[in-house]
Every structure is written in structure tokens, then in C-alpha cells.
Design a binder for this molecule. Structure first.
Ligand code: NAG
Ligand code: NAG
Ligand code: NAG
Ligand code: NAG
Length: 376
């Protein structure tokens, strides 16, 4: 080894040492940075779990929502639903599948006390609703939306059920449905209620479940595109922007009856399985004979998602109803939304068709949605 070689070797060793120290430091630095970023993310996720997304001034302000808040709200609902259902595998019914009727009763008490405390002299008539309009049904199909719609219609409110209310030139009612209209309006950044339900006081079925090919005879759209869309799942934020005081109704019936009804009514279950929901992917339930686990997870996460939303934005009131407790449900609604129409006699609950008051799996004519040409 001559001195030139020694020097070259020394330089090489030095270089290796410097490079390894530098990359070591560097990778330390990098991993530290990642750790820091990770931990700050963890903290904010923890905070999100505990408190929900950071909320701006409550009540009527428009929520400024970071794009991650929307995803987080669903993630939270889905994970909580999973935990709740796993917990109740011993046969108990988890609270996400039962109406919070105590919450509804407490709300009613509070509102009645508030009304009675109002100074007389303020103009308020006994037919003023105790809650803000519009009233939106955020429940699922086959949970009494027709009964609810006929209640509001009979009571003298103006609203809609599934279809757009516009009247065509030939004086016929439009057969266009609300859900695709709302979806399109939301995608264009247009106000969805103004675009698809202007001046409506109640909307009792916003959703449509016509995936590709599952069209109604008088509704051509879904032959060519997917008309499965649930505003109550996908558009709570946009609905809030537009109607920050809207009242939500969430009707319940026993989960086993709901599932039976979903199975037996116009292929509703198979149509569901062709839809992509934020909380159930296309293709589920896989086994239409045994859809219970998937549908429970779907419904439970939906209910939790709505409840969390209303907790976050308390300018909304949520009326949870037990459809099978007709006496209570009828009297709660008649008290909250007193009859304006003095020509109708008696109670408006179950008014249109007494038998329709409680949804029955076999009833075929109480719902407006019927894919007439697709019976298999
Ligand atoms: C599971 O059940 C236990 C005991 O009833 C209860 O303390 C816990 O909060 C439940 N967890 C969930 C996620 O519901
Ligand atoms: C109260 O009602 C009277 C008579 O209907 C009306 O003239 C008046 O403007 C009302 N006042 C308020 C504050 O709405
Ligand atoms: C009042 O009720 C009657 C009978 O049900 C109905 O024919 C009429 O259209 C209703 N009026 C309003 C304003 O809702
Ligand atoms: C919502 O309710 C609040 C409080 O009652 C009221 O001040 C506000 O004007 C309402 N907003 C709308 C859009 O109705």
C-alpha cells in the first residue's frame, strides 16, 4: 500500500463515516418528524373521538367543516355501531336500534313549558308548530313514511313524499323524484331544498332506491344511471347549511319486522344490495336470505350518525318515534304540529288509512315507490 492508496482509503472511510452519521441523523430527524406529526394527528383524532369535530359557534351559524370532519363522523358512527352490535350479541337490543322515546318525551315537556312561559300578548296562535319547519324524515324506507306524510297532509301542512311537487303544463303532478334532483343539485353546489323542495314544509321520503336497471315504468332515468341516493345519509351537512333549524323525525319499528318488510316489499332488499351507501358497500347484504348482520350494522350506524349530527348542531330537534306505540307517536306529533286544517275531524295520525298506521310487511299500496315493470 503506498501513501496515495492510504490517503484514498482514509478519504473513503471518512466519507462513509460522514455519510452514515448524516443519514443516521437525518433518519432520526425524519422519524422524529413523523412521530411528531403522528402524535399531533393522534391527539386531534382523540379529540375528534371525544368531542366530535371542532364546532363553530353553535345554533344557527353555518358550520365551517374541514373536509375530514365529514369522514370522521361516518367513521365514528360505523365503529361505534360495530362495537355496540358485538356487545349485544347475547341477545340484548342495542340502543342504536331502539327509539330514544325518553329523549322525545323530555323535548316535548321542555317545549310545552317554554310555550306556557311565553308572555301573553305575544302573538302566537295555538296552531303554531312547536318546532321549526321544514320537518324532514331521516328514517329508512319501510318505517312508516306514508303514515307520517298523511299525518302532515291531513294536519294542513304543505309538503311532499318522494316526488317533486312541481305541476306540469298538463296539470299533472311531476313523476320526477326528489333524490336524484338533490344529488345533482348538491354536486353543482346549488341549494338542494330550494332546487328540489322549495317552500315544502315536510319531506317524508327523500330517498330513492333505483339502482341501475331497477326503474319504475314511468321513470326512465335509472335505466341509464344510478338513482339510488339517500340524502339522509349523504347530505346532512348541505341540508343543515340551508335549513339550520329543520326538525328531523327518526321513526323506529322492531328490527326483525323492518328486515322482514325489506325482504318482502318489491325486492327492496335486492335493490339495496345494488346500491353504494356511505355505510354499506355495493354487494351487501351478500346473502339476501340472511341479511341480518349487514342490515343491523347499516341501520345502527345510520342512527348513530344522525344522533351525533344533532348533538353537534343542536339547532335541530330530533323526534324519535316508536311506530308501534301509536298512541304516543300520534299524540307527540299532534302536540308538536297542531292541526291547522279545521275542516278535518279527529286525529290525523293514521287518518288516511287506519290500517296503514302500523306498517305491515305485506301491505303493498301504502308506499309511493313501486318499480312497476320490474317484478321478478
Ligand atoms: C358493552 O357492555 C358493557 C356492559 O353492559 C358496557 O359497560 C359498555 O359500555 C358496552 N360497550 C359498548 C360499546 O356499547
Ligand atoms: C299581532 O296580531 C295583530 C292582529 O292580527 C297584528 O296586527 C300585529 O301586527 C301582530 N303583531 C306581531 C308582532 O306580529
Ligand atoms: C283540509 O282537509 C280537507 C279534508 O281532509 C281537505 O279536503 C282540504 O284540502 C284540507 N285543506 C288544507 C288547506 O289542507
Ligand atoms: C333559527 O332559529 C333561530 C333561533 O330561534 C332564529 O334566530 C333564526 O332566525 C332561525 N333561522 C332560520 C334560517 O330560520
Amino acid at each position: 500500500m503506498d501513501s496515495n492508496q492510504t490517503i484514498q482509503l482514509l478519504v473513503l472511510v471518512l466519507l462513509v463515516v460522514v455519510v452514515s452519521v448524516f443519514t443516521g441523523r437525518n433518519s432520526d430527524f425524519l422519524s422524529q418528524g413523523t412521530a411528531e406529526r403522528k402524535s399531533s394527528k393522534d391527539t386531534s383524532n382523540d379529540a375528534l373521538e371525544r368531542n366530535g369535530p371542532v364546532r363553530p359557534t353553535p345554533i344557527v351559524s353555518t358550520p365551517v367543516m374541514p373536509s375530514s370532519a365529514y369522514i370522521s363522523r361516518w367513521e365514528r358512527a360505523i365503529l361505534e355501531a360495530e362495537a355496540m352490535l358485538a356487545n349485544s350479541s347475547d341477545g340484548g337490543v342495542p340502543s342504536c336500534l331502539l327509539p330514544n322515546t325518553k329523549g322525545t318525551a323530555d323535548m316535548l315537556d321542555r317545549l310545552l313549558r317554554q310555550r306556557d312561559q311565553k308572555p301573553s300578548g305575544v302573538n302566537s296562535s295555538s296552531t303554531d308548530p312547536l318546532l321549526s319547519l321544514p320537518v324532514l324524515n331521516v328514517g329508512m324506507p319501510k318505517t312508516g313514511s306514508s303514515t307520517l306524510a298523511s299525518f302532515f297532509k291531513c294536519s294542513g301542512f304543505k309538503g311532499s313524499h318522494h316526488y317533486l311537487s312541481k305541476v306540469l303544463a298538463n296539470d299533472k303532478r311531476s313523476k320526477e323524484i326528489q333524490a336524484p334532483c338533490m344529488r345533482d343539485a348538491a354536486r353543482l353546489g346549488l341549494p338542494i331544498l330550494k332546487s328540489c323542495a322549495e317552500n315544502e314544509e315536510y319531506l317524508m321520503q327523500m330517498d330513492a332506491e333505483y339502482p341501475f336497471t331497477e326503474s319504475m315504468s314511468d321513470h326512465i332515468s335509472s335505466k341509464f344511471r344510478d338513482d339510488c341516493f339517500f340524502p339522509q345519509l349523504e347530505l346532512l351537512e348541505a341540508l343543515h347549511d340551508e335549513a339550520p333549524n329543520a326538525t328531523y323525525i327518526l321513526p323506529f319499528r322492531p328490527i326483525t319486522d323492518w328486515i322482514k318488510s325489506m325482504k318482502s316489499w318489491n325486492h327492496m332488499l335486492s335493490r339495496f344490495s345494488k346500491c353504494n351507501f356511505p355505510n354499506m358497500r355495493m354487494g351487501l347484504p351478500e346473502n339476501l336470505q340472511k341479511p341480518e348482520p349487514d342490515l343491523k350494522q347499516f341501520l345502527c350506524s345510520h342512527v348513530l350518525h344522525v344522533r351525533h349530527f344533532v348533538e353537534e348542531f343542536p339547532s335541530h330537534n330530533l323526534i324519535e318515534l316508536d311506530l308501534y306505540d301509536q298512541g304516543t307517536s300520534g299524540s307527540v306529533l299532534s302536540t308538536l304540529f297542531p292541526k291547522r286544517n279545521r275542516t278535518t275531524q279527529g286525529s290525523c295520525w293514521g287518518h288516511a288509512n287506519a290500517k296503514a298506521s302500523v306498517p305491515q310487511p305485506k301491505r303493498q299500496n301504502s308506499e309511493p315507490t313501486r318499480p312497476g315493470n320490474k317484478k321478478k
